[in-house]
Design a protein around this ligand. Structure first.
Ligand code: ADP
Ligand code: MG
Length: 672
């Protein structure tokens, strides 16, 4: 929260009991100020405010009970255990301990009064609590809690009681609890009254999530408005280079590609910097759309910087862009971290003196030594790989460049409304014609030999294949297939075919070499870890085997599978899972088997496990949210957006207060 917004936002050290060591522990979980603590909400609650009669306890519920010990017995079964039976006049309950000391046992003699809290389960002797928290007492029972007991997310060295003693101090601070601010609700969630029901709590959480989503949306809109006030180089059509590119392609653009190219080029014509997101399923042909934009910039003798998340992809873009743009007299260079330093120096020189109009690269393009002389356009490919809203500014001598962002991660429309409210969005919702559906099978690893035989047949017919493994080398802990031993086994089983290996720990140059051999047809099978996930394009590859697909996310599987089905031959994908398969995993693999529509898969994914994976991260915090959970709260987005628009229209003066509550300026949280 910005200074002055409220006097209640203070360094966390102003709270009682926070010394240097606790301060450091709190910082580990992102708590620097009292506002961070206020936003550090409980994940659940316990009810220790009332005693449940033993006659009324129910299995699978947590409760607080009191009773008199009527029997204490040690069992010597497969596991030694102590069973203490309580009675309160209405019924009985067993407290079972697998670890217990003599002293503990002595303290629970028949006749002792005990208060216990725990989850009730069915045990061998009826209802039991296993290892409950308990206290023996003589005459006076321990006091009951006044409200619900919060359980906080925490870290090593920070107990619940310690956290509670800190959050209890929050209510004494002067938060501005006027109507319309979230503070009242936030304080309530730290200390709900004992009679507040789970549904009522959820309602408050939803109200806050909606509030936060509105704030997020307003920040995105604010950025967009700010951007619209900036000026850059307008790039209207000035030559016929685009037409030439079109004629040289050797294929027809799909209607969707034509539409998106038009949308992009129209944006480029004005002096307002473009910020456009192009979404298109794997294989929908985003690269060529980007090429048209680069050509337009080149018509004005201005530069384009293209960023790819991996070296393999950067190499591939370099090859494509050179093939498409060199005939038009546009010079293209490649910059990656693994180039020899002399080569890199030369490339950097060409970028800074303007000789190179198009520079393709990895993160290497961000180095201090790289300065463009007249950058007019940046293109970021597979943006989800860089994080949702990571700022991606290249160093430039001139103005703010136009920006084109591409992603193969289909984002359900509701999410786009809020998460990408600062961008214009284009969707390539059509695949080039002639692509055939990928035949996807789900097969248990017990039939591995059949799968290898099928691979052999497919290679005999002249196809190429990917075999994807989740890990590089044998791990004792996880029984996952590893790429190295799989490659060795396949080479042995298929002696007449050439097997290559590609994994994340190889050096960039090595990776590029293997990839080139595969795309050049010198390798028949490429055994790879998931490094091939993004962007690789080898049309002759028509079979993909994915091991341990049950461990991967749907978005990832969809991306992987998109590496095949790029040529005109029938392609197949085999999901070689480790049995037995849980119900969840089964449902997820079925989604992949039955659909090839990235948007449908993303929506199912959102339903099955929340939006984290889809957005490249599963941590709510990393998506930039304090409380909102896209898996749970996506349905609130349309209303949050409408409320944000309404605020901008009729009460813009109330916007800063809302943003202050959710976007602490000094931690730079949402407002990256
Ligand atoms: P992605 O959208 O996944 O980045 P690419 O741009 O890599 O897809 O395109 C996949 C393949 O399809 C490439 O080989 C590309 O040259 C080819 N391609 C793109 N557009 C068309 C089209 N309209 N017709 C036929 N092939 C196309
Ligand atoms: Mg691509």
């Amino acid at each position: 929260m910005t200074a002055g917004a409220t006097e209640a936002d203070l360094p966390v050290t102003t709270l009682k009991g926070v010394g240097p060591s606790l301060k450091a522990t709190l910082e580990r979980i992102g708590i620097f100020r009292t506002s961070d603590l206020l936003l550090h909400l409980p994940t659940r609650y316990q009810n220790r405010s009332r005693v449940t009669a033993l006659g009324r306890i129910e299995a699978e519920k947590e409760c607080l009970v009191r009773g008199r010990v009527v029997a204490t017995k040690v069992f010597f079964g497969r596991r030694r255990s102590l069973l203490v039976t309580l009675e309160d006049g209405s019924g009985y309950l067993g407290l079972r301990f697998f670890h217990f000391s003599r002293r503990q046992q002595a303290g629970l003699q028949t006749g002792t009064q005990v208060q216990a809290f725990g989850e009730v389960r069915f045990g061998p002797s009826g209802l039991e609590m296993i290892h409950p928290e308990y206290r023996a007492f003589d005459s006076q029972p321990p006091p009951l809690e006044a409200g619900l007991t919060p359980i906080y997310p925490t870290t090593k060295g920070l107990g619940q009681n310690r956290l509670r003693s800190l959050t209890a101090q929050l209510e004494k601070l002067p938060w501005k609890t006027a109507e319309g601010t979230p503070y009242t609700d936030l304080l309530l969630l730290h200390k709900p009254p004992a009679d507040m029901t789970p549904v009522e709590i959820e309602t408050v959480q939803e109200r806050l999530a909606a509030d936060e989503l509105t704030a997020y949306y307003l920040i995105m809109r604010g950025r967009q408005l700010e951007r619209q006030r900036q000026k850059t180089i307008p790039l209207p059509r000035s030559q016929q280079l685009g037409r030439q590119l079109l004629n040289n392609l050797g294929f027809q653009l799909t209607a969707a590609q034509r539409r998106v190219v038009r949308e992009v080029l129209e944006d480029l014509e004005t002096e307002r910097p473009m910020l456009r997101l192009v979404q298109g399923d794997v294989g929908s042909g985003k690269t060529v759309v980007a090429a048209f934009a680069a050509v337009r910039a080149a018509e004005h003798a201005t530069q384009t910087g293209i960023m790819a998340p991996t070296e393999i992809l950067a190499e591939q873009h370099y090859i494509n862009f050179s093939r498409w743009l060199s005939p038009l007299g546009i010079s293209v260079v490649l910059l990656t971290g693994s180039q020899p330093s002399r080569e890199r120096r030369e490339v950097i020189e060409k970028i800074s003196n303007g000789e190179a109009l198009v520079a393709v690269g990895t993160h290497a393009l961000f180095q201090k030594s790289v300065t463009f002389s007249k950058l007019a356009l940046t293109i970021i490919d597979e943006q989800h790989r860089f994080g949702v809203h990571q700022r991606m500014a290249l160093r430039n001598k001139g103005v703010v460049p136009h920006q084109l962002v591409m992603t193969a991660t289909p984002i359900p429309r509701t999410l786009t409304m809020a998460l990408y409210a600062d961008m214009a969005v284009s969707v390539i919702d059509e695949l080039p014609s002639g692509r055939r559906a990928i035949d996807t099978r789900v097969i248990a690893d017990g039939r591995r030999n059949d799968v290898v035989a099928r691979l052999g047949e497919s290679l005999d017919r002249g196809g190429q294949a990917y075999w994807v493994c989740p890990l590089i080398e044998n791990s004792e802990h996880l029984d996952l297939a590893d790429a190295e031993s799989t490659a060795a086994a396949l080479a042995k089983a298929l002696p007449e075919h050439r097997v290559g290996l590609l994994h994340g720990r190889m050096r960039g140059a090595e990776k590029a070499e293997v990839m080139q051999s595969f795309s050049g047809g010198e390798l028949d099978v490429l055994v790879a870890t998931t490094v091939i996930e993004v962007g690789v394009d080898v049309p002759n590859a028509n079979l993909m085997i994915i091991e341990n697909p049950e461990r991967m996310g749907l978005a990832q599987l969809h991306q992987l599978r998109g590496r095949v089905g790029r040529g005109s031959a029938q392609s197949s994908c085999i999901l070689l899972y480790k049995s037995p398969l849980g119900a969840d995993a089964k449902a997820r693999l079925q989604v992949i088997r039955d659909s090839q529509d990235g948007f449908h898969i993303a929506e199912q994914d959102l339903k099955l496990r929340g939006g984290g994976e889809l957005l490249g991260t599963r941590q709510t915090g990393e998506q930039g949210f304090r409380l909102a959970d896209l898996g749970k709260h996506a349905h609130l987005i349309p209303e949050a957006v409408a409320r944000g628009d309404e605020m901008l229209r009729s009460a813009p003066e109330s916007v800063p207060a809302l943003l202050d509550a959710w976007a602490p300026a000094d931690t730079g949280h949402i407002s990256v």
